[in-house]
Design a binder for this molecule. Structure first.
Ligand code: ADP
Length: 365
């Protein structure tokens, strides 16, 4: 069985009956195994498993029944093609961070990944698009600050405010602390447009977008305007949070959105009340988000325990991952490294030199 004759062109020809040619990303052969990387036209689990069965049956019947066929489904990498903003063209990677439920730690995760990327040497910005509960101005000690206007090629633009080296724009700069921002859809969308398009972001390696919880109009509006390279979904392991997180995953996979999900972060995974015993208490349930990532075939980016210092760091406006030699720093360094690996995996269009540069900066293997 080990010296089977393998011909890529013949496989492509046979699969014409079940796939479009551009759905076949790669075909490799090792001994009697043929590995196919395929972009599914329908990304649901059920559709993928049916497609996988059809491909294997077709190849067994019409090509060679002695090979062992393995299918690996890939997401379509988004390119900056529908980006109508010249300003955002100087941003290399846009990552949306979302949670379907509020209060699960989406902003905490965003702020800590941002400072970790910055410490790796990347140029980083955060757009706090959580119109209904902005928090970046608090987490980066910018309460009461207002962005200045600058002239860019004759146009007046908002200059993001820098804190710990991160460029930040937040709807929180324009509202009073105790004022609930209950805007209606069109007003919220207009305000967001200004933060995105009337801003002087300059050169950035990463722009992280802290989305509002849920799966509403704001999300659609952002995804349609900006070319988002990938999304991160944050959830606690709790069943109600997971049910909502599933909706979030489905949203990104909708045909009209189709943004690759880079991974799932499980926040508030457990609590260690006694440092001596190190016994973990699974307050919100165990491994819920981890299991969900397996069900949906999405990378798991890591778990963050409940840490009092992480909450305190957010409240005083200095993200916890900035604390040297801390557990928090270690957790977010690992998570950010995994995130970068997942991003590179999905963005095959980057030149090899750029990939090497990013990997070296992030300390990836
Ligand atoms: P979201 O953006 O999803 O609404 P936040 O990041 O604002 O959630 O977090 C909600 C609250 O929970 C904040 O007070 C934050 O400091 C706290 N928090 C988030 N994650 C953790 C954690 N892992 N340990 C301790 N507190 C946390």
């Amino acid at each position: 069985m080990s010296n089977l004759k393998f011909k890529k062109e013949d496989i492509i020809a046979v699969l014409k009956s079940v796939l479009k040619e551009d759905q076949i990303v790669n075909i490799n052969n090792f001994n009697n195994e043929v590995l196919l990387d395929i972009i599914p036209s329908n990304p649901t689990h059920k559709a993928k498993s049916e497609l996988s069965k059809t491909i294997i049956e077709t190849l067994k019947n019409d090509y060679n029944s002695n090979f062992d066929y393995k299918i690996d489904f890939k997401s379509i990498p988004k390119t900056i093609q529908n980006n109508d903003s010249e300003v955002l063209s100087s941003v290399k990677n846009v990552i949306a961070i979302s949670s379907a439920k509020g209060g699960v730690g989406k902003s905490t995760v965003t702020s800590n990944i941002a400072v970790t990327l910055k410490e790796m040497g990347f140029k980083v910005g955060i757009l706090d698009a959580d119109i209904y509960g902005p928090s970046m101005h608090i987490m980066f000690d910018l309460i009461g600050r207002k962005p200045l206007a600058v002239d860019v090629d004759g146009k007046s633009k908002m200059k993001p405010i820098e804190s710990f080296g991160i460029k930040i724009l937040s709807i929180g700069f324009f509202t009073k602390m105790d004022q609930a921002v209950i805007w209606r859809g069109p007003m919220a969308t207009k305000a967001l447009n200004q933060l995105i398009f009337d801003a002087d972001w300059g050169d950035l390696d990463f722009l992280l977008i802290d989305l509002p919880p849920g799966t509403g109009d704001i999300h659609l509006s952002i995804m349609q305007k900006i070319s988002v390279n990938g999304a991160v979904v944050v959830s606690t392991p709790q069943i109600v949070a997971l049910a909502d997180a599933r909706k979030g995953v489905t949203m990104y996979r909708q045909e009209n959105i189709n943004i690759p999900i880079l991974g799932i972060v499980e926040n508030m995974s457990y609590y260690i009340p006694d440092l001596k015993t190190q016994e973990k208490h699974y307050i919100f349930g165990k491994d819920g988000a981890k299991n969900m990532s397996e069900d949906f075939d999405i990378p798991f980016l890591g778990e963050v325990p409940i840490i009092q210092g992480l909450r305190e760091a957010g409240d005083i406006g200095r993200p916890g991952a900035l604390q040297d030699d801390s557990e928090i720093k270690k957790i977010f360094s690992e998570m950010t490294k995994t995130l970068i690996e997942c991003l590179l995996e999905r963005n095959k269009k980057l030149p090899p030199t750029e990939i090497l540069k990013i990997k070296t900066m992030a300390g990836c293997s």
